[in-house]
Design a protein around this ligand. Structure first.
Ligand code: SIN
Length: 300
């Protein structure tokens, strides 16, 4: 029997396939549904200190099969109201990671503290939304380090940092997060993008700019995971374009200790079972006994 259980900075997962932060993570019940469908852990939609309605429509457009550009604009009810959804999500029986954002290091810390109080098993700091006018806009290593330090002073649960590929060096930002005390990094958030309607002669999305997710970004994500694994000592969680077990294994071979799935949920909740079963069969076929044997194997 192959062991698929992993530990990411103290967080025990029955399998390495997590639900990524995104539209499914807006309610506790949907998070429970992802857990029941087989996710090893679930991450909420990003939540801030105050309620935000987000941008007006259109906020999402499919640009190629399995690839979307979205600009939701970080809609959320605010952490005080969202606390109840976290409590409900816990009924799924898998770790609940709360994705948080803020407009300053102190605000990040306040939201993270409330997320922990509500029962969050870890927090994932969204310092990487590619288009919202709130949050940490300057993704410099210095600012990211300040955010991590502020949060680490306030919470005891593991702190993950979700990184952007929209920077000159994702490794520099990841290293700053690690030096400031981050427990893991998640790579990558969506890639800043734009789509123009040629008949209307104007950008399609209401916010003009959005973030590209899905099939199209997998090679970028795999490259980022590979680079981060080479330099960082803390675990890397891979996200970007994972639709199949092969996609997940690619991230794991690049160095991901766990992976996250988001856009593939457009094809249904069955993706968790399919990816987990596929990873298990792959490991059996290759003669491995433990998923950890293949983490980063592409470097050896
Ligand atoms: C959004 O709500 O606009 C997406 C959040 C993100 O990409 O970080």
């Amino acid at each position: 029997m192959v062991n698929l259980e992993v530990e990411v900075s103290g967080l025990r997962l029955r399998n390495p396939v997590m639900l990524a932060s995104g539209v499914i993570g807006v309610t506790g019940k949907l998070l429970v549904r992802a857990a029941e469908a087989g996710a090893g852990a679930v991450v909420t939609k990003s939540v801030g200190l105050e309620r935000r309605t987000g941008y007006g429509n259109p906020t999402i457009v499919e640009v190629a099969p399995g690839s979307y550009v979205n600009c939701m604009g970080l809609p959320n009810p605010g952490i005080d109201e969202f606390a109840e959804e976290i409590r409900i999500a816990k009924k799924g029986g898998v770790p609940v990671v709360v994705s948080v954002f803020g407009s300053s290091p102190e605000e990040f810390a306040m939201v993270a503290e409330k997320a922990e109080d509500a029962g969050g098993d870890a927090v994932e700091l969204n310092v990487s939304c590619p288009h919202a006018e709130v949050g940490v806009l300057e993704r410099s290593p210095r600012i990211v380090g300040q955010v991590v330090e502020a949060v680490k002073r306030k919470v005891g649960v593991p702190v993950f940092v979700k990184l952007s590929s929209n920077v000159t060096s994702i490794v520099e930002v990841g290293k700053a997060a690690e030096d400031a005390g981050a427990d893991a990094v998640t790579a990558i958030n969506t890639v800043r993008a734009m789509v123009i309607d040629v008949e209307a002669c104007r950008p399609i999305l209401s916010n003009r700019f959005g973030g590209l997710s899905g099939v199209a970004i997998k090679p970028i994500a795999v490259r980022c995971v590979y680079e981060l694994y080479e330099t960082l000592k803390i675990p890397v969680i891979g996200v970007g374009g994972i639709f199949s077990w092969e996609d997940a294994v690619e991230h794991i071979l690049a160095g991901a200790s766990a992976v996250q799935v988001a856009t593939a949920l457009t094809r249904g909740f069955n993706v968790f079972k399919e990816v987990v079963d596929g990873i298990r069969s792959y490991l059996e076929r290759k003669g491995f006994r433990d998923i950890r044997e293949v983490v980063g194997a592409a470097h050896r």
